[in-house]
Structure formats: structure tokens, C-alpha cells
Ligand binder design. Structure first.
Ligand code: MF3
Ligand code: CO
Ligand code: CO
Length: 269
């Protein structure tokens, strides 16, 4: 896909303009609204392909296009990652059980702009350890977001996330990262969720990217199953993830994918 807007920094990162932020705002809002609507669907007895069907229909009804259908051969409008699945879970017929935790990740293209966001949900009752994992993962994403302002570095973002997660004796997945986006799905830079303060490219107003930390209760190592998509924790420990699409402003950042209904927590339904 082409993108010729703005300029490119020496680190290869595109700098967008105010009107581009307006496009991202609309795309991000749609993706977040869809995640709001998914919440009541996540109940014991549902299947992830039923949730994906809702998302497929909702994206089409909005005049948007799914970014994931047809992406590198992927066939679905969402990734749904259950329990020890870290990311890129493929929607399927397996029945969701009481106490299962799910990440639902949706990327829409609206008027050419990509909105990419994911959240955690729980089916039925939430165990104390799953609740802790989900809360720490959510808060780690926001520690990363708080580090976003011109003059800080991408290493500052990774460091903020990693130090928060490890202080809670959980681990940050190294094998997947956030990414630049805009009028393309995955652009420079790789946004690492670990790292050292003060290292990496310097943040500038107009950059647009995702932050999407994956956090495991056990060890950080992952493996990809033979379907070539599903990434799981090697030690089978529970994993969680939250993702926002954001843009760097003069003083901090704008989150394009905040829930219009103010939802994030699985027990907030
Ligand atoms: N939405 C994912 C991300 O955060 C990418 C999913 S690609 C797919 O970057 F093909 F697996 F859907
Ligand atoms: Co993403
Ligand atoms: Co995503």
C-alpha cells in the first residue's frame, strides 16, 4: 500500500500531519467501538468463531475493511487468543469455558487509515491470578503510553513497560512488538516492550504507532503452533495483552483507540 504523506525521519519513521490524525481518530474509534460491543458476547459456551463473525459483519456494516482478512494469508477479521495463547489466535469452533480469558484484537481500515487495538475479556468467573495478570498488563501499557512525548526515546517506552511488569514478577514477551501504522498496517519502527531508558529512536510529534505489550505469568518464551499463526507460552502459563494505536503530540500523545464507553476491564462487561 502506498503512503506518501509527510516526511520520514533518519530512523525511517513517518511524520504525519494534523489532518492525518483526524483520519486515525475515526479509524481508531471504530475499532474501539467494536471491542466495546464484543464485551457482552464473551460468555461461557460461545466459540471464538462466533465472536469473529460478529466482528466481520460489524466491520462491513461500518463501511470499513478488515485489515487482517487476506493479510499474509490470514482469513479472519480478528485474532482471538485464549488463556496461554499469547497472540494471533485463530477464531475457531472450540467452546469457551467458564474462567477462560481472551484477547480480542481488531484492525480496521477506514478511509485508508488503520485502527488497531486489542483488549482482554473473561468468560464467567475471573480468578484472582487472571485478574492480577490482566490488571498489570493493562497498567503496563499505560506506563508505556505515559513515556510517549517528543524528546523521549522508544527505549523509554520499553523500559517503562518492562520495569513495571517485572516489579510484579511477571514477564514481558520479546518475540512480538508494536509497530508504526497509518495508511499501512505495519511500518517502522518496531516498538519493543522491553529495553533501556534513553536508547533507540527519539520520539517526534507526528509519529503514529501501536504499543501492545504481551505479559506472561510465567516465563517470556513463546512458540508458534503448526498452523503458523497461533503463538503460545512455552511453559503454558497464562498470557494477556492490551493494544492501543497512538499519535505523538507536542506535549504527549493522543490515544486513537480509547473505549468510547470507558471500558477496559473484563468485569465491567
Ligand atoms: N492486529 C495484530 C497487530 O497488533 C496483527 C494481526 S495480523 C493477523 O499487529 F494476520 F494475524 F491478523
Ligand atoms: Co498491532
Ligand atoms: Co492488533
Amino acid at each position: 500500500m502506498d503512503d506518501t504523506r509527510g516526511r520520514i525521519t533518519k530512523d525511517g519513521i513517518r511524520i504525519y500531519e494534523a489532518e492525518d490524525f483526524a483520519g486515525m481518530r475515526a479509524a481508531g474509534r471504530l475499532a474501539a467501538e467494536i471491542l466495546d460491543e464484543v464485551a457482552p458476547l464473551v460468555v461461557p459456551g460461545v466459540t471464538s468463531e462466533e465472536i469473529d463473525r460478529y466482528i466481520t459483519d460489524r466491520v462491513a456494516a461500518s463501511g470499513a475493511v478488515s485489515a487482517t482478512i487476506g493479510y499474509k494469508g490470514y482469513k479472519h477479521a480478528s485474532c482471538i487468543s485464549v488463556n496461554h495463547v499469547v497472540c494471533h489466535g485463530i477464531p475457531g469452533p472450540k467452546i469457551i469455558a467458564d474462567g477462560d480469558i481472551l484477547n480480542v484484537d481488531v484492525t480496521v481500515i477506514l478511509d485508508g487509515w488503520f485502527g488497531d487495538t486489542s483488549r482482554m475479556y473473561v468468560a464467567g468467573s475471573l480468578s484472582r491470578k487472571a485478574e492480577r495478570l490482566i490488571q498489570v498488563t493493562h497498567d503496563a501499557l499505560f506506563k508505556g503510553i505515559e513515556a510517549v512525548k517528543p524528546g523521549n526515546t522508544f527505549g523509554d517506552i520499553g523500559h517503562a513497560i518492562q520495569s513495571y511488569v517485572e516489579a510484579h514478577r511477571m514477564s514481558v514477551v520479546r518475540d512480538f512488538c508494536g509497530h508504526g501504522l497509518g495508511r499501512v498496517f505495519h511500518a517502522p519502527p518496531n516498538v519493543l516492550h522491553y529495553g533501556r531508558a534513553g536508547t533507540g529512536a527519539v520520539l517526534e510529534e507526528g509519529m503514529i504507532f501501536t504499543i501492545e505489550p504481551m505479559v506472561n505469568l510465567g516465563r517470556p518464551e513463546t512458540k508458534v503452533l503448526s498452523d503458523d499463526w497461533t503463538a503460545v507460552t512455552r511453559d503454558k502459563s497464562l498470557s494477556a495483552q492490551f493494544e492501543h494505536s497512538i499519535g505523538v503530540t507536542a506535549t504527549g500523545c493522543e490515544i486513537f483507540t480509547l473505549s468510547p464507553a470507558g471500558k477496559f476491564h473484563p468485569t465491567w462487561g
